[in-house]
Design a protein around this ligand. Sequence first.
Ligand SMILES: Cc1cc2nc3c(=O)[nH]c(=O)nc-3n(C[C@H](O)[C@H](O)[C@H](O)COP(=O)(O)OP(=O)(O)OC[C@H]3O[C@@H](n4cnc5c(N)ncnc54)[C@H](O)[C@@H]3O)c2cc1C
Length: 307
Amino acid sequence: MRNVVIMGSGCAGNTAAIYAARANLKPLAISGKDAGGQLSLTTLVENFPGFPEGVDGPLLVQNMRKQAEHFGAEYVHGDVIDTDLSQRPFRLNVEGEWVETRTLIVATGASARWLGLESELQLIGKGVSSCATCDGFFYRGRKIMVIGGGDSAMEEANFLSRFGSEVTLVHRRDEFRASKIMLDRARHNPKIKFLTNTVVDEVHDAAKGIVTGVRLRNLQTAVVWEQEVDGFFLAIGHIPNTKVFKGQIETDPDGYILSKGGARTNIPGVFHAGDVQDRVYRQAITASGAGCMAAIEAERFLEAEGH
Ligand SMILES: Cc1cc2nc3c(=O)[nH]c(=O)nc-3n(C[C@H](O)[C@H](O)[C@H](O)COP(=O)(O)OP(=O)(O)OC[C@H]3O[C@@H](n4cnc5c(N)ncnc54)[C@H](O)[C@@H]3O)c2cc1C
């Protein structure tokens, strides 16, 4: 029987592990198949406080994990594939083996949606990004492309126009899901050019390990052409990793955990941390802060129950 089990080893899970370990709770962190989480996909992180020169994303999360292990956190590899949160102790199936715990911290993140092109996936963190706040600064005076047709695509395009020499917004339809106000703002921005009824067939240049351009195709005319691009930003949504709790932890219609204040979920003893609950900020530092909150809440919950 564990005091605290943490699901996920991104910024939120690792920070929760540091705090829970230093509270002497001997937490077990289930790292997930994508150990290190989303920061493992990127290269330089320039906005995590404490690193004036920036820090390599994978190194940052590895160091968080080392710090947690140093204080006694234990890690196991693999995904939780099934859960029973209907009674305490909570039960989690980790790739076939059941684990029991008094409290649970869910730090499973929200995965960015990619187009799924092989060339695009090879260039994630090397010019392909899902986070304008994180990576916009790298593209000062450069050519930027944003994919998407919703509010977040308009918001990212507007934000990125502060940096790029030009921003091309590519959308596969000619109608937009974005609200009128967001769409109008983007349409009136002189740096943003719209390409509708258009899809990306390939991102260049995977062989060079850097984005240099894209091959585009107009869905109505079938015309294919090349365009030079330095920064390629996806704004087609995120998928919160909450499937394994479906019907147990309350979520919004998109699957993000609904907070009941602080780090609490609808189930006493189950806490949320990081992007799995946060559809607004989605940053390494906010995820880490949320991991800290969840661990403190778990510790107080256990204390109140006399453990
Ligand atoms: C390419 C890229 C670049 C970025 N750059 C920056 C940046 O420069 N600065 C910044 O602040 N932010 C950046 N971000 C955003 C930042 O990475 C996220 O906000 C942060 O990683 C969220 O942390 P998290 O711990 O909540 O989730 P994640 O990092 O997504 O981690 C989730 C963890 O949960 C695990 N998991 C999922 N399902 C299960 C399961 N069923 N069982 C067990 N484990 C599971 C996963 O394997 C993973 O370990 C970037 C994101 C991307 C994709």
